[in-house]
Design a protein around this ligand. Structure first.
Ligand code: IPT
Length: 961
């Protein structure tokens, strides 16, 4: 059908939030009022634009037998029903002309019939609820239009009046991919149209409340809670049998209670009883305030060990099932995470029930982002245009009304990356009026005029330190400056977890622990949004042929898309562990510090173990005295001896999120000096035909390169400085720090030439002199390999002297060589089990580890440098029979092994591009460059930079088997 262009704006392009719907109210999972889920298969028809088809499909009797089916909740673009996901970070994927959207506006007509269950009570009203539809919908029941709405991740309800019929009912929705609402939903994620949350028909019996508001505060001075449940539209009583409460709604009841915190998520089962409906409540008593410039809950300062969570599932997008929601929270709890920012929209409402139950502090964020206006210097930004204010207020109301009864929600956030403007101020004013008992957050307005917290994204450590001292750069307006300076500080985003990283977590944590104003932060972000893909394993931006896209910037989570924890999550768990265990004042002693905000350590058992060279000598329980939050004690295991001592704090009992024995925190101490390798000197090089033999080593006489060590063939052993740049090496264009990943490539560190200057077989050593340098530049690394031997041991000392003007750090400094592919079993004594780099090594535990080479790889969705093991004393690579090679370091080294070269890794764009070859490539590095967080944050801290400087390092090799 052709569209007649008139002056009338179609509903999906006007700025209004919608029409015909009910006022927002609380969401609750169940009550005794009947409800019917309308999830399941719906008939579906896709049209290329908004007016391609008329709306006759909504009429009863319409024949949709030729339509295909889609599953609700779901996104049609993920169900083979036409169209594809599209990813942009900031930029709008359509011309910016608010509130107009493109004519090419994929439109999904959704249709289903349903029969009312028998025995629905007479009287009352019925309500249709849509928990989430992107980007907008127009709704018909039995051919009658109910209305339309925008606000994708917010609930919308319609009274169905007398439209319901005893027999078959027809529910029809027309959903457009684009609407004026799209301008308000420019979050950094996939654009995914569809009915992606539940559809429910709810019976509202006569005498049921229209809404209710639970207020449950806690006074830490007297240990009393005060419960008051406002009930709107019905008489109600509040029953809380465990506390003996049976009181009229609206009346406060004060009595001694156990408070709710994220550490102790104590919920009381209660009920709101009205003439028409009994509604189960789960009450958590807690009070949140800003006092003396810090956020306090129940009178105590808390520290956010948080993450930003988008809703994501690699198959179903933002349609996230209940199991997955719980899985996310269980994983968070298991990794010591205590807070979630629901970036950047209210999550599925059931998620907040789970946060109440498992114990997470929540910043609930409104479905609002207009980031794409930033490159237009914020011209026509909807949040600063009165005409949009009703839409903004509607969003604020829908969030607050829906989620107001959760103990876990302690902060409301106005949205993300919207710049600043009057609309935000109006939202803040409304929220304060409606719910003065929670704090207000919005990062985008540095003046902090409308909010209770000073919040920032990705500041450097140095700036956080200044802020911690309340000594940040002054704001132009003295009054606002004073107000902000008195505020608590959080980082609503920090530590960008894109690819390998984030680096620098430990250093941030130290600042949080040092400055009371710094109350922690929320790592960006929880999960990689990579879609399961037949060819690429996981797809990212551009893989669906998008015209505009932001590549793998959508894969920046602590979990891989399939929810496997990445090394970043393991590191975060260690950095934020709520108990600090470290070496004590004397050998063998440990200091234990309670880092919880509220609880003692009674729920933990402490266990020590004593190992020598990786072999367990003994272990036992460690008595730790009761410690209040913040308190420390020194404890000593009841055994002694040289070697490695490890103390673990483990759960003493099963919890809902982990079993007894789950490790919460650990620390290590070494007693005595670790054994250094015996020197390998004394043997003489012997010249043969085209080769030089030295101890167990055989060298090419012309190049001086080793070709064999015992029976093991060695390929291409030489200095290596290259690594496949990580996303953090490559950095983001808007970061002030230098983008070393790009500079390295410009310099040609990936194509270094190795000039041979001399092969000298002398009395006691074979010395090979070289210069390693990239074409086109006058800088290089003078590199000398000095080989020695004793018996069946071969020693190598490498000296490196930089020449020229090295202004960039080196990616790595060490040797690399190939072994036959059969040597695919790795064993090492050092940090493990997972990967580590200089600024991501807190979680590397010293010990004896064993892994297949394949299992040493970290499957970053976009392949990049990965898999180094820190602090390695020795490493072995063996085949199935035990034959192989052992390398001991003159000093601890970094150990990496993979079935492809760094160059091949660098060329790979998706996981399957990595193809195992004839060799296992081994890097033994004297030093490696840190990781940082520059893909959207600060670069590598100076102390973790590998500046080019003269260096010498050594290894001793021996053949095994
Ligand atoms: C910040 C956004 O808030 C977040 O949604 C995400 O895009 C993140 O960056 C990067 O992955 S905004 C950034 C310009 C600081």
């Amino acid at each position: 059908m052709s569209r007649t262009v008139t002056d009338a704006t179609p509903w999906y392009e006007d700025m209004s939030p919608g029409s015909g719907g009910l006022a927002p109210r609380s969401w609750y999972a169940a009550s005794d009022a009947p409800r019917v889920s309308l999830n399941g298969d719906w008939a579906f028809r896709l049209s290329p634009d908004a007016d391609a088809e008329d709306a006759s499909f909504a009429q009863p009797g319409f024949d949709a037998s030729a339509w295909r089916a889609v599953e609700v909740p779901g996104h049609w673009v993920l169900q083979g029903a036409g169209g594809a996901p599209a990813y942009t970070n900031v930029v709008y994927p359509f011309p910016v002309d608010p509130p107009r959207v493109p004519s090419e506006n994929p439109t999904g007509d959704h249709l289903r019939t349903f029969t009312l269950p028998a025995g629905l009570p007479e009287g009352g009203e019925s309500v249709l609820r849509f928990d989430g539809v992107e980007s907008c919908a127009r709704v018909w029941l039995n051919g009658q239009e109910l209305g339309d709405f925008k606000g994708s991740r917010l609930p919308h309800e319609f009274a169905v009046g007398d439209l319901l019929r005893a027999g078959e009912n027809v529910l029809a929705l027309r959903v457009h991919a684009w609407s004026s609402g799209s301008y308000l939903e420019d979050q950094d994620q996939w654009w995914l149209p569809g009915i992606f949350r539940d559809v429910t028909l709810l019976h509202r019996p006569q005498g049921a409340p229209r809404d209710f508001f639970v207020h449950a505060g806690y006074d830490h001075r007297d240990g009393c809670g005060t419960l008051r449940v406002e009930c709107d539209g019905a008489e109600g009583r509040v029953l809380l049998p465990e506390l003996g409460i049976d009181a009229p709604a609206g009346e406060p009841v004060t009595l001694p209670v156990e408070p709710w915190t994220a550490e102790t998520p104590r919920l009381y089962d209660a009920e709101l009883v009205t003439p028409g409906e009994r509604i189960p409540l789960r009450i958590g008593f807690r009070t949140v305030v800003v006092e003396d410039g810090v956020i306090k809950v129940n009178g105590r300062r808390l520290l956010f060990r948080g993450v930003n969570r988008h809703e994501f599932h690699p198959e179903t997008g933002r349609a996230v099932d209940a199991r997955t929601m719980r899985r996310d929270l269980v994983l968070m709890k298991q990794h010591n995470i205590n807070a979630v920012r629901t970036s950047h929209y209210p999550p599925h409402p059931a998620f907040l029930d789970l946060c109440d139950e498992l114990g997470l502090w929540v910043i609930d964020e409104c479905d609002l982002e207009t980031h794409g206006f930033v490159d237009l210097e914020w011209r026509n930004n909807p949040v600063d245009d009165e005409r949009w204010t009703p839409a903004l207020l509607d969003r604020a109301e829908r969030m607050v009304e829906r989620d107001k009864n959760h103990a876990s929600v302690i902060i409301w956030s106005l949205g993300n990356e919207c710049g600043s403007g009057r609309g935000l101020t109006a939202m803040a004013a409304w929220i304060r009026g409606r719910d003065p008992e929670r704090l207000l957050h919005y990062e985008g307005d540095l003046s902090c005029e409308d909010v209770d917290l000073y919040s920032r994204m990705y500041p450097t450590h140095a700036e956080v330190e200044l802020i911690g001292r309340r000594a940040e750069e002054p704001w132009a307006d003295a009054e606002l400056d004073a107000r902000r300076r008195a505020m608590p500080f959080i980082m609503c985003e920090y530590a960008h977890a894109m690819g390998n990283g984030p680096g620098g977590l430990s250093e941030y944590q130290r600042l949080f622990e040092r400055y009371e104003r710094c109350q922690g932060g929320f790592v960006w972000e929880w999960i990689d949004h990579g879609f399961a893909h037949p060819e690429h394993v996981f797809a990212y931006g551009g893989d669906f042929g998008e015209e505009l896209h932001d590549g793998n910037f959508v894969c920046d989570g602590l979990l891989f898309p399939d929810r496997t924890p990445s090394p970043g999550l393991v590191e975060y768990k260690k950095v934020i562990e709520p108990v600090r265990i470290g070496p004590g004042s004397s050998a063998g002693a440990f200091t234990v510090t309670n880092g919880y905000d509220f609880t003692g350590l009674g729920h933990l058992d402490f266990v020590w173990s004593h190992e020598v060279e990786g072999v367990l000598v003994d272990s036992g329980a460690l008595a730790v005295p009761e410690l209040a939050p913040g308190a420390s004690a020194e404890v000593v295991p009841d055994a002694a001896g040289d070697g490695l001592w490890t103390v673990r704090a483990v759960l003493a009992e099963d919890t809902v999120w982990a079993g007894r024995g789950h490790v919460v925190a650990w620390g290590q101490a070494e007693v005595g000096a670790p054994a250094a390798p015996a020197p390998a000197t004394g043997a003489r090089p012997v010249r043969g035909e085209g080769v030089i033999a030295l101890g167990p080593g055989v060298f090419d006489a012309a190049t001086g390169a080793p070709v064999r060590l015992g029976d093991v063939a060695v390929e291409g052993l030489r200095l290596d400085v290259w690594r496949a740049p990580t996303d953090n090496d490559n950095g983001a264009p808007w970061q002030p720090d230098e983008r070393y990943g790009l500079r390295w490539r410009e310099l040609g560190l990936h194509r270094m030439r190795h000039r041979l200057d001399a092969v000298e077989a002398a009395e006691d050593a074979l010395t090979v002199r070289t210069r390693v340098a990239p074409a086109g530049w006058d800088l290089g690394l003078r590199t000398t390999y000095r080989w020695t031997a004793a018996g069946d041991r071969l020693g190598l000392t490498v000296s490196v002297v930089p020449e020229g003007d090295w202004r960039v750090p080196l990616p790595r400094l060490g040797i690399r060589f190939g072994l036959p592919a059969a040597f695919g079993g790795a064993r090492w004594f050092g940090g493990g089990p997972g990967e580590a780099y200089p600024d991501t090594r807190a979680a590397a535990m010293l010990g004896l580890w064993e892994r297949d080479v394949d299992a040493l790889q970290t499957p970053y969705v976009r392949p990049q440098e990965n898999g180094a093991r820190a602090d390695v004393r020795w490493a072995e690579l063996t085949d199935g029979s035990g034959a192989g090679l052992r390398a001991e370091g003159g000093a601890p080294f970094w150990f990496t092994a993979r079935r492809w070269t760094s160059e091949q890794l660098d060329a790979a764009e998706h996981l399957p591009d990595q193809v195992a070859g004839e060799h296992v490539w081994v890097n033994l590095d004297h030093a490696v460059q840190g990781i940082g967080s520059q893909s959207c944050g600060p670069g590598v801290l100076p102390e973790h930079r590998l500046d080019a400087a003269p260096a010498e390092f050594s290894f001793v090799f021996s053949a095994l088997g």
